[in-house]
Write a protein that binds this ligand. Structure first.
Ligand code: HEC
Length: 99
Protein backbone atom coordinates (compact mmCIF):
# COMPACT_ATOMS: atom_id res chain seq x y z
CA UNK A 1 0.00 0.00 0.00
CA UNK A 2 1.19 3.48 -0.85
CA UNK A 3 2.52 5.32 2.21
CA UNK A 4 -0.04 8.16 1.98
CA UNK A 5 -2.95 5.86 1.48
CA UNK A 6 -1.82 3.98 4.54
CA UNK A 7 -1.65 7.17 6.60
CA UNK A 8 -5.10 8.17 5.39
CA UNK A 9 -6.37 4.74 6.37
CA UNK A 10 -4.89 4.94 9.86
CA UNK A 11 -6.15 8.47 10.51
CA UNK A 12 -9.62 7.63 9.25
CA UNK A 13 -9.81 4.85 11.84
CA UNK A 14 -8.46 7.05 14.61
CA UNK A 15 -11.08 9.68 13.89
CA UNK A 16 -13.99 7.45 13.00
CA UNK A 17 -17.18 9.26 13.89
CA UNK A 18 -15.49 12.68 13.97
CA UNK A 19 -16.43 15.06 11.18
CA UNK A 20 -13.60 16.12 8.86
CA UNK A 21 -11.98 19.52 9.51
CA UNK A 22 -13.94 20.98 6.58
CA UNK A 23 -17.18 19.61 7.86
CA UNK A 24 -16.40 20.91 11.35
CA UNK A 25 -16.15 24.47 10.10
CA UNK A 26 -19.46 24.03 8.25
CA UNK A 27 -21.02 22.73 11.47
CA UNK A 28 -19.60 25.62 13.51
CA UNK A 29 -21.19 28.04 11.03
CA UNK A 30 -24.47 26.19 11.22
CA UNK A 31 -24.36 26.44 15.00
CA UNK A 32 -23.71 30.16 14.94
CA UNK A 33 -26.11 31.13 12.16
CA UNK A 34 -28.92 28.60 12.16
CA UNK A 35 -29.04 27.42 15.76
CA UNK A 36 -28.03 30.92 16.87
CA UNK A 37 -31.09 32.37 15.11
CA UNK A 38 -33.29 30.85 17.81
CA UNK A 39 -30.93 30.01 20.65
CA UNK A 40 -29.08 33.32 20.51
CA UNK A 41 -25.74 34.13 18.88
CA UNK A 42 -23.95 33.31 22.11
CA UNK A 43 -26.40 30.43 22.75
CA UNK A 44 -27.71 32.16 25.86
CA UNK A 45 -31.24 31.78 24.61
CA UNK A 46 -33.70 33.77 22.55
CA UNK A 47 -36.80 32.28 21.03
CA UNK A 48 -35.30 28.90 21.98
CA UNK A 49 -33.79 28.06 25.38
CA UNK A 50 -30.14 28.69 26.30
CA UNK A 51 -27.79 25.89 25.18
CA UNK A 52 -25.14 26.50 27.81
CA UNK A 53 -23.21 23.67 29.50
CA UNK A 54 -24.92 24.25 32.86
CA UNK A 55 -28.38 24.06 31.26
CA UNK A 56 -27.56 20.85 29.39
CA UNK A 57 -25.68 19.22 32.26
CA UNK A 58 -28.65 17.31 33.67
CA UNK A 59 -29.83 16.04 30.26
CA UNK A 60 -28.66 12.87 28.52
CA UNK A 61 -26.75 12.75 25.24
CA UNK A 62 -29.46 10.50 23.90
CA UNK A 63 -32.23 13.02 24.59
CA UNK A 64 -30.30 15.99 23.23
CA UNK A 65 -28.98 14.25 20.12
CA UNK A 66 -32.48 13.07 19.26
CA UNK A 67 -33.80 16.60 19.89
CA UNK A 68 -31.26 17.94 17.39
CA UNK A 69 -31.95 15.24 14.81
CA UNK A 70 -35.72 14.95 15.17
CA UNK A 71 -36.68 18.35 16.55
CA UNK A 72 -39.41 18.65 19.20
CA UNK A 73 -42.97 18.19 18.10
CA UNK A 74 -45.20 21.09 19.02
CA UNK A 75 -42.27 23.50 19.50
CA UNK A 76 -40.24 25.67 17.13
CA UNK A 77 -37.26 23.28 17.36
CA UNK A 78 -36.96 21.84 13.83
CA UNK A 79 -35.44 18.46 12.85
CA UNK A 80 -31.88 18.73 11.52
CA UNK A 81 -31.60 15.19 10.21
CA UNK A 82 -31.80 16.32 6.57
CA UNK A 83 -28.59 18.32 7.09
CA UNK A 84 -26.51 16.51 9.68
CA UNK A 85 -26.00 12.89 10.70
CA UNK A 86 -25.86 11.31 14.16
CA UNK A 87 -22.08 11.67 14.57
CA UNK A 88 -22.26 15.31 13.59
CA UNK A 89 -25.07 15.99 16.06
CA UNK A 90 -22.99 14.26 18.74
CA UNK A 91 -20.00 16.42 17.84
CA UNK A 92 -22.11 19.61 18.02
CA UNK A 93 -23.42 18.55 21.40
CA UNK A 94 -19.79 18.09 22.49
CA UNK A 95 -19.18 21.75 21.60
CA UNK A 96 -22.29 22.84 23.48
CA UNK A 97 -21.24 20.91 26.57
CA UNK A 98 -17.74 22.40 26.61
CA UNK A 99 -17.53 25.24 29.14
C1 HEC B 1 -36.64 27.87 14.71
C2 HEC B 1 -35.99 27.99 16.00
C3 HEC B 1 -34.89 26.99 16.37
C4 HEC B 1 -33.78 26.67 15.65
C5 HEC B 1 -33.33 27.20 14.28
C6 HEC B 1 -33.03 25.71 16.45
N1 HEC B 1 -33.70 25.47 17.62
FE1 HEC B 1 -33.11 24.17 19.10
N2 HEC B 1 -34.82 24.56 20.11
C7 HEC B 1 -35.79 25.51 19.76
C8 HEC B 1 -36.83 25.52 20.77
C9 HEC B 1 -38.07 26.43 20.77
C10 HEC B 1 -36.47 24.54 21.75
C11 HEC B 1 -37.22 24.18 23.03
C12 HEC B 1 -38.12 23.02 22.74
C13 HEC B 1 -38.90 22.67 24.00
O1 HEC B 1 -39.71 23.51 24.43
O2 HEC B 1 -38.67 21.59 24.54
C14 HEC B 1 -35.20 23.98 21.30
C15 HEC B 1 -34.50 22.98 22.00
C16 HEC B 1 -33.24 22.55 21.68
C17 HEC B 1 -32.45 21.63 22.47
C18 HEC B 1 -32.90 20.98 23.78
C19 HEC B 1 -32.52 21.90 24.90
C20 HEC B 1 -32.91 21.36 26.23
O3 HEC B 1 -32.51 21.99 27.22
O4 HEC B 1 -33.63 20.35 26.32
C21 HEC B 1 -31.27 21.46 21.85
C22 HEC B 1 -30.08 20.60 22.30
C23 HEC B 1 -31.30 22.27 20.66
N3 HEC B 1 -32.52 22.92 20.58
C24 HEC B 1 -30.25 22.37 19.76
C25 HEC B 1 -30.33 23.05 18.56
C26 HEC B 1 -29.29 23.02 17.57
C27 HEC B 1 -27.96 22.28 17.71
C28 HEC B 1 -29.72 23.79 16.53
C29 HEC B 1 -29.02 24.04 15.21
C30 HEC B 1 -28.58 22.86 14.46
C31 HEC B 1 -31.04 24.31 16.88
N4 HEC B 1 -31.38 23.83 18.12
C32 HEC B 1 -31.81 25.14 16.09
C33 HEC B 1 -35.77 26.30 18.62
C34 HEC B 1 -34.84 26.24 17.61
Amino acid sequence: MNKWLFLLFVTSIAFAGEPSPDRKSTLRNLLKQDCGACHGLTLKGGMGPALLPEVLAGKSDELLISTILEGRQGTAMPPWRPFINHDEAAWLLGILRKP
